[in-house]
Write a protein of this length. Sequence first.
Length: 215
Amino acid sequence: MATSHFRLWHGALARPALGWLLALALARLLLHLLTNGQYGFHRDELAVLDDANHLAWGYVAYPPLVPALAHASMQLFGDSLAAFRAPSALAQSLAVLFTGLIARELGGHRGAQVVAAVAVACVPFSMLAGSMLQYTSPDYLWWVLAAWLLPPSTVIVLGDDAEGVSDTPATCALTGRVHIPHGVENEESGHPDIYVCRDFRFDWAKAWPRMRHFG
């Protein structure tokens, strides 16, 4: 049952649309591989580089995934800057691909899928994240991938409470809370709650105006 339901969410794409998305993702990957050796190490990258040469199960500032990826990439492709930054380039390229797939899940045809993928490919934050390997580099991909894995009727809502969206989804469950460090200015006051909302009573055209003021 779970398998058939998963296929319902992520059925096979029309081949021409998938071809365009793969071409955009590969073009983005190639762009970074050709240009990521133009500048020297960012100072935060030096910490990742050192940890990549001294692998451990965890570090003071971050978990072990990014140093492990850097280590594997340099073992495969050498010690060049482009090789060191290859995991970031791959992560951002995959984000482009999965963004197009999300557009498909929301009912977008080939043009909408391509426009969504191009938009993400041109986002300055994504371009910067693909140009350096820091411990935050894969985060953009994780959020895009999480959005793709969720069923279309599920949305993650960030806000002080669920009062403003209680009439839009059938259910809204509190799953966590965002901790804002002391001294960090943010539009959200206090510690915003994270809700997972499911089964919308309206289609997206009607639900979006009710929810767009939330995160």
